[in-house]
Design a protein around this ligand. Sequence first.
Ligand code: B12
Length: 333
Amino acid sequence: MSRRRGRADRAERPSCIQPEGSRVARSKESIDLDGFRAVLASEGFDITHPLNTSWYNSYIEKEGLPLKPLPNGAVAILIGNSRAMWPKFLAWLGRQVEAKGVSPEFIRFKIPDPLDTFTATAIARAASSALTEGHELYWPWETGDRLVSMQRVAVCSGLCYHDSETQQAIHPEFGAWLAFRAVLVLDAPPAACSLGLEAPSRVGCLMTDAEKAAARAAMAAALRASDEANLCTQLHGEKGMERDVRLAWAALRDCVEVGKTHRYSDAQLTYHYTKERTVLLAALRESQGASSANNRRSEGMSEGLSGRLSIALALGLLLPLVLALVHSLIAGR
Ligand code: B12
């Protein structure tokens, strides 16, 4: 696999996620997919889906898409997350503030795109620590020759159904409530992961006709609410969306019944759509408040427990003494 250089679409992306830093060369021995999956899951990335890069390459060729193929005949892993990532992300943010000994205001002003920094750091570290193979990471924000259509990867590998009218990849468990974070291509043949040449069957339609009709209407409404000429900067840009626009796009996801229990929390949803750092700060404070309340509760519980234990211990020690005293009094009578 040759080292490919590419442009990141925004100059302010953190350096650890520049394409130049994405390739790690090592000799291949065996693929510890379970180990890698476990490390990623512990960071909140609960979607780790292997595929043969040839499945994607034939698919984009057949569809005539203007995309560059991935290195052919290799194992790739599509990495994504459901709502599971949010608390891990907040915990990481809290650690950044603690480790740097700065005020949480640091999150507001200094750290480059916090979510992209977290995902890129966590995924690159997991790949380096849990995999022995050389690998290359492709990020969702990359453009030009390095653009990989994450939705197409999910479709051709049998992970998601794709609703082409509303452009949503829908997962059988998480519904519309998932995001893709990277495609990792390994210096390993598909057989190393028991992946054949033939792609698995696609996920069938996961929406009813009524849901499709509602989603069509919601899409039209979202497009009306948005600035169509500037969709890319408005929907994926650094600035995020206005409240009405955000609600309109979220309504589109809400049309899908499957996976509704995995809907993002309000804080996660608002942050993803607006990228508003004050939302992040509030969520961080709330999560820290909740975890210190939990700590206090468990400290309280253990204090209560140790109190009860001391009483039991004292009674256990005193009782024989009292009995001996009573016994000697009776005997002495
Ligand atoms: C460009 C892009 C967009 C553009 C698409 C405009 C256009 N026609 O070019 C715009 C800015 C409109 C957009 C919007 C959104 N996107 Co978008 N987008 C991407 C991105 C970065 C690249 C897609 C691409 O160019 N593929 C290459 C082409 C050749 O392949 P393709 O499969 O045919 O891609 C087409 C479709 O993806 C389609 N498309 C995707 N979303 C939308 C939305 C609209 C309104 C339209 C008209 C078309 C469209 O346009 C692409 C180009 O034709 C991907 C990340 C990635 N690398 O895959 C995320 C991605 C597709 N987007 C995503 C999301 C979540 C959104 C938003 C909800 C915004 C947000 N902040 O969360 C909105 C609304 C989407 C919706 N349907 O609800 C997710 C989808 C997750 C999922 N479950 O399917 C992705 C995979 C990013 C991620 N990290 O997970 N997006």
